[in-house]
Design a protein around this ligand. Structure first.
Ligand code: ADP
Ligand code: ZN
Length: 299
């Protein structure tokens, strides 16, 4: 059992909320899942669950857009969502009031990036991009050991990408952008383009050639803008492992020797799957709460 310091973590999603307790060295002790119902019904359940377990700190990874800059009035709020009762709801304050422990707050993808950097495929690295390709596409960004925020926070899943000339589908799944990565390459985009869920398209080479082209275009932009030492790809769509070599080859081709680093030369260790068995989000949340990432790295 978990006798030592007990930490709490929350992966706060639009459909489900995953709670866990664990230890600072990345052992998950208990886990619970609640559907994302209205705040007044689910928040007391979350608070009671953690209170019963005497956690010493809590970390939250929330779906975006959400306020992650402590200096702004939007800090800790879910900013724009169709979910009943959650729009502009101050999630961070409600948890702090309910639990009386230090609470760390960041985006779901930043927290997953932290999990990979502390425990997973980016261990020991200070400059990391974590991209999830699932129902949506989002990126967490760690630079010089700090999770990136800024004016709001990066929304690197919505960067515009040039449409492939052989894309048989002229639509998009993003309500905001005609040609953004999420609109063209998310799981729902694959399903609508090809008429079957992505998981049933494994044998269709053209599906993954096209998907890899869009993802590699986005990755080349991240390489240029963030200069990460490694890029981790997660989310349901990346269960299609045949995507990795395709993306690696296309990224090298798009960079075209302009970026010439040992990391890019070792492309198989540059674009990689996650190393936390799918637990990067909850592990990152656990360690977000108590202390800064820099402090953790000192251990
Ligand atoms: P979410 O993004 O909702 O948190 P996921 O990361 O599992 O959850 O993403 C769900 C999307 O990923 C769906 O569109 C689904 O079609 C796709 N997906 C899930 N599993 C697979 C798989 N094994 N292969 C390909 N696509 C998958
Ligand atoms: Zn978009």
């Amino acid at each position: 059992m978990c006798a030592e310091t007990l930490l709490g973590g929350i992966e706060f999603g639009g459909t489900k909320i995953v709670l866990a307790t664990g230890t600072p060295d990345g052992k998950i002790c208990e886990r619970e899942i609640f559907p994302t119902t209205a705040p007044e019904s689910v928040l007391p359940k979350i608070v009671d669950w953690f209170k019963a377990r005497s956690i010493q700190a809590l970390g939250v990874g929330a779906f975006g857009p959400t306020g992650v800059n402590p200096d702004l009035p939007s800090y800790g709020k879910i900013l724009s969502t169709p979910k009943q009762g959650w729009r502009n709801f101050n999630l961070l304050q409600a948890l702090k009031d309910g639990l009386n422990v230090p609470v760390g707050y960041d985006t779901d993808v930043n927290v997953a990036c932290l999990g990979e950097a502390v425990f997973g495929a980016a261990r020991g690295l200070d400059n990391v991009v974590y991209l999830t390709v699932g129902t949506g596409i989002g990126a967490g960004v760690l630079l010089e050991g700090k999770l990136q925020h800024g004016m709001l926070h990066p929304e690197a899943g919505h960067i515009l990408v040039e449409r492939e000339v052989n894309d048989p589908w002229q639509q998009t799944k993003c309500p905001y952008h005609q040609n953004c990565l999420e609109g063209l390459a998310s799981g729902p985009a694959i399903q609508e383009r090809w008429g079957l869920p992505a998981v049933e398209l494994t044998e269709k080479d053209e599906v993954w050639e096209l998907e890899a082209a869009y993802l590699a275009k986005a990755l080349s932009t991240y390489v240029m803008c963030y200069s990460p030492q490694r890029i981790i790809l997660g989310g349901g769509v990346m269960e299609q492992k045949q995507l990795f070599p395709l993306i690696q080859q296309k990224l090298v081709a798009y960079l075209n020797d302009y970026i010439n680093t040992p990391e890019i030369e070792d492309i198989q260790n540059y674009v990689v799957p996650g190393g936390c068995e799918g637990n990067q989000g909850i592990l990152g949340a656990l360690v977000l709460g108590p202390v800064s990432y820099t402090h953790l790295r000192a251990h």
